[in-house]
Write a protein that binds this ligand. Structure first.
Ligand code: 3HC
Length: 301
């Protein structure tokens, strides 16, 4: 059955090589997913060798974990590892059919990436964004060919969560959308087509809850109370563990986008701002008065 709003699947173009702009945690999770599910070459790029090597190293380590759990065979493990490579030079995207950016959540940076990509990739290549909250239409507005731009928004941890939001920008054409849906299916994700609105659907809902919890702690509700209450309500993960999983800086950026669009509905918590501005996104805990503090500065998110 065709997902709601998906165009005719015959319009979909084949994807034989994938490019990922960025080699951070989200980008690396995407690299593994694309290599494992599409079994095509996947190349990640980032600013320097250290970042690139870290991204490729993450993929190798995750493949080893899957092998350790017998989720993949030794042959598959070797194949997936061989399919993923990294570079600091975006010209490796010249023969890609599908390039997705997963760089810093700022419009000017993403537009700069898009402009650069347009000068490298083929005319048919899909240019996708994994943005959490920014307008896909505005991002595409700097391109001569905005019709091949689509939002392709994954959720953390990418390997586990089945959902994918597909966002149609104002100019996205049917072939691009059909390719996005076909790719989502090949990735074994459940996709929903959502409007190009601030934070789309899922983050709009999730951030409303998160914003309220965080401002409750600003007003003195002990963090532990808010955290435990929601966990006992049946959420799969406590809100503050989720905050660490997604990354406080990402949450702050999404919250700021939403605050700009709907100031009353999405207050920006002082505690969150303080945490991000400390530059030490470690494990967040609370003191005896319920005030948040960083338990371990060194813990990676
Ligand atoms: N990366 C890869 N795999 C992971 C993982 C990670 N970070 N965390 C857990 N897993 C895997 C485990 O290895 C395990 O796999 P296995 O079955 O093969 O052994 C499986 O997931 C289940 O893990 P656990 O048994 O350890 O833990 P849980 O059953 O408690 O599930 C969870 C963990 C799936 C993370 C669950 O707690 C959950 O769904 N939490 C909510 C996550 C969520 O809401 N994410 C959305 C965030 S918003 C977002 O990403 C959007 C962005 O734009 C901000």
């Amino acid at each position: 059955k065709r997902p709601a709003g998906a165009p005719d699947k015959d319009l979909a173009r084949p994807v034989t090589k994938v490019g990922i702009v960025g080699a951070g945690l989200m980008a690396s999770q995407l690299a593994l997913l694309f290599a494992r599910r599409l079994e095509v070459p996947v190349v990640m790029t980032d600013l320097d060798d250290e970042r690139v090597n870290k991204g490729v190293g993450y993929v190798h380590a995750e493949v080893d974990k899957l092998l350790g759990k017998s989720r993949v065979t030794p042959d598959q493990a070797n194949r997936y590892k061989a399919l993923v490579s990294g570079s600091t030079d975006k010209s490796v995207f010249a023969d890609a059919d599908f390039v997705i950016e997963a760089v810093f959540e700022r419009m000017d940076i993403k537009q700069q990436v898009f402009t650069e990509l347009e000068s490298i990739v083929s005319a048919e290549c899909i240019i996708a964004t994994n943005t959490s909250s920014l307008s896909v239409t505005e991002m595409a507005s700097v391109l001569r060919t905005p019709e091949r731009v689509v939002g392709f928004h994954f959720f953390n941890p990418v390997a586990v969560l089945p959902l994918l939001e597909i966002i149609r920008g104002e100019h996205t054409d049917d072939a691009t959308l059909a390719t996005a849906f076909a790719t989502s299916k090949a990735l074994k994700k459940s996709s929903v087509l959502v409007k190009d609105a601030p934070a789309f659907v899922v983050n709009r809902l999730l951030l409303r809850l998160t914003a309220e919890i965080l401002t409750a702690t600003d007003r003195g509700t002990p963090l532990e109370v808010a955290d435990k209450a929601l966990l006992k309500l049946g959420l799969p993960m406590s809100p503050f563990v989720l905050l660490q999983l997604v990354g406080p800086a990402v949450v702050l950026h999404v919250l700021e986008s939403l605050n700009a669009a709907f100031p009353d509905r999405f207050p920006v918590s002082e505690n969150l701002r303080r945490l991000v501005e400390s530059g030490k996104p470690g494990v967040w805990s609370w003191d005896e008065k319920g005030k948040p503090y960083l338990e371990d500065d060194t813990a990676a998110l």
